[in-house]
Design a protein around this ligand. Structure first.
Ligand code: HPA
Ligand SMILES: [Zn+2]
Length: 329
């Protein structure tokens, strides 16, 4: 039995495996510019975040109907469950779909067809986090929040993703204020490719409760001290960092130093279909490549549940935490 864990940094569109991409392309009559799944996998050689995002947005063309989003989420939940994920807080990128003529209702209701009964079908509780694309305008983000208003009973929080450099958090001050007023939880990608100042700005201007990635905080000791003091969780994605060349090799990943510094780190998969592994694969990789011992792995699992947005179900959180403490490696 794998170590029980929560996944807090997972883009549902990034779970689109080549096999499912071709299946949905055939079902929807969409032509993909790749001969087969092998040729598509060949394209997974990324130079940086932008080269990944280009492919990530291109492949979304196959997602058209509620059933497509349901199948996508259902496939992810099955894989995640098999790797010990007991709770998943799942990002989605509505602007990438709205731009293709796929409505908010299709996306949210489609995902919900899988998420709504996932505790019963997969043994995985879920939350949905709607992300704004930071390389789109602030007005577009506000329009997206507006389009989501009929579905807020299904959406726990908002996030910020896509191309980071040149798109500082402050650009999204208004939409985060509006989201907070609607009672939504707030997270944001910061310090993946962008500078440590973006992390500070996400905290001070956007009021985020967790930082996605946050890796580059290590360049600013005063920021590390603050993150430790305020117990701000970071959702790290080790295999993603290697594939997007944020770190050269996994053995150089700062995770052990971050844990030693007292940061509340979690380990997640980001876009597992593209980056070579799901949540359990990321745990296995940091165990073998970074030499984390069992108590460090247990700490990461514990952090994943304490950092999760389970305030509306503390009994469930307590049950998960008890599973972590009782786990025998
Ligand atoms: O790793 C990521 N970073 C930023 N935006 C993203 N959108 C999907 N995955 C990512
Ligand atoms: Zn991400």
């Amino acid at each position: 039995m794998p170590l029980p864990k929560a996944e807090l940094h997972l883009h549902i569109e990034g779970t689109l495996e080549p096999e499912l991409a071709f299946e949905l392309a055939a079902r929807n009559g969409v032509a993909l510019p790749y001969a087969d799944t092998e040729a598509l996998r060949e394209a997974y050689r990324f130079e940086d975040l932008q080269s990944f995002l280009n492919l990530y947005y291109e492949l979304m063309a196959v997602l058209r109907t509620e059933r497509d989003f349901e199948d996508l989420a259902d496939a992810y939940l099955a894989r995640a469950a098999a790797q010990g994920v007991r709770h998943a807080e799942i990002f989605f990128d509505p602007q990438a779909h709205l731009a293709r003529g796929v409505g908010m209702g299709t996306v949210v209701e489609g995902l919900w067809r899988a998420l709504g009964d996932s505790e019963a079908t997969h043994g995985v509780s879920t939350r949905l986090i709607m992300c704004f694309l930071r390389d789109e305008s602030a007005e577009s983000a506000l329009e997206t929040l507006d389009a989501a208003k009929p579905y807020l009973d299904r959406i726990t929080g908002v996030g910020l993703d896509s191309a980071e450099v040149g798109h500082p958090p402050v650009k999204f001050r208004a939409v985060y204020e509006a989201a907070a007023a609607l009672g939504l939880r707030r997270v944001a990608h910061a310090g993946e490719e962008g500078p440590p100042e973006y992390i500070t700005e996400a905290l001070d201007v956007l009021g985020v409760e967790r930082v996605d990635h946050g890796l580059r905080c290590m360049e600013d000791p005063a920021l590390v001290e603050r993150l430790v003091r305020e117990r701000i969780p970071l959702t790290l994605c080790p295999l993603s960092n290697v594939r997007l060349r944020t770190v050269d090799v996994l053995a150089d990943h700062p995770l052990p130093a971050m844990l030693d510094a007292g940061l509340v780190c979690t380990v997640n998969s980001d876009d597992p279909a593209y980056f070579g592994g799901y949540a359990g694969d990321n745990f296995d990789a940091v165990r073998s490549e970074l030499g984390l011992d069992e108590e460090r792995l247990r700490e990461l699992a514990r952090n994943s549940f304490t950092a999760s947005f389970l305030e509306d179900d503390e009994k469930l959180r307590a049950r998960y935490l008890a599973e972590v403490e009782a786990y025998v490696f």
